[in-house]
Design a protein around this ligand. Structure first.
Ligand SMILES: Nc1ncnc2c1ncn2[C@@H]1O[C@H](COP(=O)(O)OP(=O)(O)OP(=O)(O)O)[C@@H](O)[C@H]1O
Ligand SMILES: [Mg+2]
Length: 296
């Protein structure tokens, strides 16, 4: 069932976000979750509660329209491949400068049904069944031009169905294997001195894994270390390897996690330095809400 985004309430939420950026005080915001890229904010309205994911500010209407199209196409293609995706609406507002602020909006789903949470609380039978359903979904969804970021905190188990929630970064490639995402815009929270280097040298390696089942699974398993769920890795490997032509080893998962953690930690540290530079040196508002430091 799709829904109508409460326009006035979202406009007020955006005002609160802008105030938080200006004052560097985000205590008036209700944070639902932290991703690597964005903050997810909760919005209560007369029509229920919503999860609102703020996107980087679009410099002009054309860039926004291209995003809107690709988001729609991404949602449609995932659905066509049998994935149950949380209903997602795009809300936006135009600033006097012509720039556009936008949010991906979903109905708030119950936090205790987040799969990374359930893997901590449910028993072995549930866990094994979860992983087998998960493997089915991933195998069916992923294509060389259609990617998936399948980490455990991107799924909810509601009404006996795995629902995929992380769609803000549509992962699609063109026929020549180039990312269709506005990578420049989505990396705009990186300090300027990194942006180009990262775009050129890291884009392909960051994204490659999302476009094949083996890479998606390696990323899922590696992320279990961050979630303090690594004791599940051996059993999951057995289940996964039964379906893979080239098996994954425990060592490979651990090494993958070390590299991935190091990369995100570096990015996080550089963002904090950049924010400091904005505030203290240039006395300007830093345009992103950053998640707090995570233990890795
Ligand atoms: N519809 C929702 N209902 C409840 N909680 C949600 C919902 N969507 C997201 N969350 C919470 O916010 C967290 C991050 O959400 P999501 O994965 O969509 O963003 P993200 O990881 O920051 O995405 P990206 O890294 O692509 O920016 C989730 O793990 C979950 O805890
Ligand atoms: Mg996520």
């Amino acid at each position: 069932m799709s829904f109508t985004v409460p326009h006035d309430e979202l406009a007020q939420l955006e005002d609160r976000v802008r105030a938080a950026l200006r004052t560097r005080d985000d205590s008036a915001l209700d944070v639902l979750g932290y991703g690597e890229v964005s903050l997810v904010l909760r919005l209560e309205s007369g029509d229920g509660a919503f999860a609102c994911k703020r996107l980087p500010v679009f410099p002009d209407g054309g860039r926004f329209e291209r995003y809107e199209e690709s988001l729609r196409e991404y949602l449609r293609r995932l659905g066509d491949n049998g994935l149950d995706v949380a209903d997602t609406e795009l809300w936006h507002t135009r600033l006097p400068s012509g720039r556009i602020t936008a949010y991906c909006v979903q109905r708030e789903l119950p936090a205790h049904r987040l799969c990374s949470r359930l893997l901590h609380t449910e028993d072995d039978i549930w866990i094994k069944d979860f992983f087998s359903r998960f493997l089915d979904r991933v195998e069916r969804a992923v294509e060389p031009t259609l990617g998936l970021d399948a980490q455990a905190n991107n799924w909810m188990d509601v009404g006996g169905e795995l629902v995929y929630i992380d769609v803000t970064t549509p992962l699609m490639r063109d026929a020549r294997n180039r990312e269709r995402l506005d990578v420049r815009l989505f990396f705009s929270s990186l300090p300027w001195f990194l942006r180009d280097a990262v775009r050129v040298s890291m884009t392909k390696s960051i994204f490659d894994k999302f476009y094949e089942t083996r890479g998606v699974l390696l990323d899922f398993l590696g992320n279990l270390y961050k979630e303090r769920l690594h004791e599940l890795v051996p059993a999951f490997l057995e289940q996964a390897n039964a379906r893979l032509s080239r098996p994954i080893t425990v060592e490979e998962v651990a090494a993958y996690y070390r590299d991935d953690a190091r990369m995100w930690e570096l990015i996080q540290r550089l963002r904090q330095a950049d924010r400091f530079w904005h505030h203290r040196i240039r006395r300007r508002t830093y345009p992103f809400l950053l998640p707090p430091r995570v233990e890795r």
